[in-house]
Design a protein around this ligand. Structure first.
Ligand code: NAP
Length: 336
């Protein structure tokens, strides 16, 4: 495993972090609690010590499972828990809410579910257009001063929002989407974070499984699985993305003796400015591929060849914007 220093955290964090959105079940067609605990414990055996979770993942369920697994593991101090605040839910509808009132209340629920008395990396899940960034930052600074959190992070923030936040509180990490197919942060957020020493925890390493190499034209998703509405998994784009994955797999085999899943995560780790790649898994065997990601690197010429493959196959790329939760609204206007 490779490790990285994160401001505020006294132990280095693994550069592959376990993502637990699917472990919460919500938007992933459900999940199995026992298999989820085993997945988390397996990730620790493989050298992962950073676990990314959020209250919204299964409306508390992912955090509870993470808390259970860490308690079973026994060595809380060895683990870097990254969780989030700033989303609320009612009757299954998730909305943004980054008021100070909400954040200082939410952390108590997270601490209880995670069975701990501090959070290593506490992140604002999505910017809230109804709340001044300064109010949100001030809430995070208060939690930091109280010793309830060790590092402050934001997720899905633009550079402008990051700058406003940093004027009111220190900022240690940022969590944007980034993978071979979702590259929006390359011209701005990624170089900015690098220059400002903000550690990035990039999410969607496998593009929701597309880059695992396991997807087929007839793969079907069940229940509320997000891939039923993900435009990359719908015609006419789906066959093009599958073709890109097939060609990337051929490239990985020919040049490195690896598969596309290894190439996708290695590529992420080799991009300047990437601190941690978040890999979502909910079954232990999904982590078998990790060994093959470590111990080699992708050079510039290979990066150009990879870009050419994607440019030739994905003519009409689309980002992850479809996942963005709405702001709070009320019939007549916006409500706080
Ligand atoms: P991901 O890592 O791109 O893909 C995860 C999915 O890929 C898994 O649930 C699994 O799907 C499949 N997969 C994983 N390993 C596999 C393997 N070895 N073989 C075949 N399939 C495999 O997606 P993600 O979970 O969306 O992103 C990672 C993490 O980033 C999340 O868990 C979460 O912690 C974080 N995230 C944050 C935000 C945010 O707004 N801050 C948004 C999204 C994600 P199946 O189990 O269905 O096979």
């Amino acid at each position: 495993m490779e490790y990285v220093k994160v401001n505020g955290i006294d132990r280095e964090a693994s550069r592959i972090g376990l993502g637990t959105w699917a472990i919460g079940g919500w938007m992933w067609g459900g999940s199995d609690a026992e298999s989820s605990v085993q997945t988390i414990l397996t990730s620790f055996e493989l050298g992962i010590n950073l676990v990314d979770t959020a209250p919204a993942y299964g409306m508390g369920m992912a955090e509870e499972i993470v808390g259970k697994a860490i308690t079973e593991f026994g060595a809380r101090a060895q683990i870097v828990i990254a969780t989030k605040a700033g989303l609320e839910w009612k009757d299954g509808d998730v909305r943004r809410n980054s008021t100070k009132e909400r954040i200082v209340h939410e952390i108590e629920d997270s601490l209880r579910r995670l069975q701990t008395d501090y959070i290593d990396i506490y992140q604002i899940h999505w910017p809230d257009p109804l709340v001044p960034v300064e109010e949100t930052a001030e809430a995070m600074r208060q939690l930091y001063n109280q010793g309830k959190i060790r590092a402050i992070g934001v997720s899905n923030y633009s550079i402008e929002q990051i700058e406003l936040f940093r004027a009111a509180a220190p900022l240690d990490t940022a969590q944007p989407p980034y993978n071979l197919f979702e590259r929006d942060i390359e011209p701005d957020v990624l170089p900015f974070c690098r220059q400002q020493s903000i550690t990035t925890l990039v999410y969607g390493a496998l593009c929701r499984g597309l880059l695992s190499g396991k997807m087929r034209p007839d793969t079907r998703f069940v229940g509320d699985d997000v891939r039923k509405i993900d435009p990359k998994f719908q015609p006419p784009r789906y066959p093009r993305y599958l073709r890109a994955v097939e060609r990337l797999d051929q490239f990985a085999r020919k040049h490195y003796g690896k598969r596309v899943i290894h190439l996708a995560v290695r590529w992420l780790l080799d991009q300047p400015g990437v601190g941690v790649a978040l890999w979502g898994a909910r079954r232990p065997e999904q982590l078998n591929a990790i060994d093959e990601v470590i111990g080699w690197s992708i050079d510039e010429a290979a990066c150009s060849a990879i870009d050419r493959i994607i440019g030739e196959t994905v003519m009409d790329p689309v980002g992850p914007q479809f996942m963005a939760p709405p702001a709070r609204k009320n019939c007549g206007g916006l409500e706080r």
